[in-house]
Ligand binder design. Structure first.
Ligand code: ZN
Length: 352
């Protein structure tokens, strides 16, 4: 960054939500609908590991260009066009906000080093420098080029994002209590909404807009912690139940049958499939496997039973049938204990 260059200001990206008290519409290009709790759960997934975002940053057309405001803005616009595809529009908007605001702070620190010092303003962990900047081939904060400036901005966001994640985990664990009587929402209210610093730091604005001839409430949420506070207040007030997905292990809100066990978010390494789809696939595969075992077992059992009937005087057939039943029981116990697999059992059945 050339210190003599005229200082510019990066745009602020906010999460704009149309909210009628029941669900949200994210005001981004595709205007997707989110149920209460889905935004914070999506963010939990999107902020777990930033490798995906680093890849997007490094892939910008002008990532190697000098870190002028113009070039950084161009890269941000390119990222803004693609970021929603990774996890969704809500986390896309929030992470654009995080990235742009922190990159702006990074540039300000570099431009006015006497007034703003990175070290005294941000807790920067050596591990996040290595993890994030290292992937771009840099070893310290700076703005040698566009990618360096943006990755440095991302490093400066780690502290805030970690705080968001920590609070999210804590609160989500409370909201997974299905029995509303036992749900300790008082604790959440106390931690988040009695805390003067967190209340003062909320950046949520409200406006009324004419959207398709309907006067609509639109909230502009300007940072990630405010997103958490906005979402959780709505979840608590509407008694939204949260569960942990049996496939990916992340939280998800329940807005239908309370006995669902898989989330509807994209599964990690699921090739675009959701956990629900993968769960159904696994269930179907298990059923097919079970059906194959049952039919093979029945076939052999009936054959042996038939032999006993045809040869009533010969004891050896009765012995063979009993042996088969005993062995089968042993196999089923071994599978139940996890010491033998169903595949091995099927091979044994077929070998008879
Ligand atoms: Zn899942």
């Amino acid at each position: 960054m050339n210190p003599n260059e005229k200082q510019g200001i990066l745009p602020s990206y906010n999460l704009f939500l149309e909210y009628d008290g029941k669900e949200y519409v994210v005001l981004r290009s595709k205007a997707p609908v989110y149920m209460l709790g889905e935004i914070v759960c999506e963010l939990e997934r999107a902020t777990d590991d930033f490798s995906w975002l680093i890849k997007i940053i490094m892939g910008c057309k002008n990532s190697n260009a000098p870190a002028s405001y113009e070039n950084i803005l161009q890269a941000l616009t390119e990222i803004d066009d693609t970021i929603d595809y990774a996890f969704g529009a809500a986390s896309g908007a929030v992470l654009m906000n995080v990235l742009a605001s922190r990159t702006q702070m990074m540039l300000t620190c570099l431009e006015l080093p006497d007034q703003y010092d990175v070290k005294s303003n941000f807790k920067v962990k050596e591990s996040s420098v290595k993890k994030i900047l290292g992937k771009g081939g840099f070893n310290s904060l700076g703005a040698e080029n566009v990618a360096h400036a943006l990755l440095s901005g991302l490093v400066l966001s780690v502290d805030m994002v970690s705080q968001f994640r920590e609070l999210t985990r804590l609160v989500m664990d409370i909201l997974t209590e299905a029995d509303l009587e036992n749900r300790d929402t008082a604790k959440i209210k106390h931690i988040l909404y009695d805390n003067g610093d967190l209340i003062a730091a909320q950046q949520i604005d409200y406006r009324i807009m004419n959207i398709e001839e309907k006067l609509t409430s639109v909230y502009g949420i300007k940072d990630i912690m405010s997103v958490l506070m906005f979402e959780l207040a709505n979840c608590i007030n509407n008694n939204v139940l949260i569960k942990k997905c049996n496939n990916c292990g992340y939280h998800f809100p329940i807005h239908g049958r309370p006995d669902v066990i898989y989330c509807s978010f994209k599964a990690p390494n699921g090739d675009g499939k959701t956990c629900k789809e993968i769960g159904a696939q696994v269930k179907r595969a298990n059923k097919e496997k079970n059906d194959a075992l049952t039919s093979e077992y029945r076939k052999i059992y009936l054959r042996k039973k038939m032999q006993v009937r045809r040869h009533p005087g010969e004891e050896k057939y009765q012995v063979m049938l009993s042996e088969f039943l005993d062995e089968g029981k042993k196999w089923q116990d071994a599978i139940g204990d996890g010491v033998k697999s169903e595949e091995e059992y099927l091979l044994w059945l077929k070998s008879i």
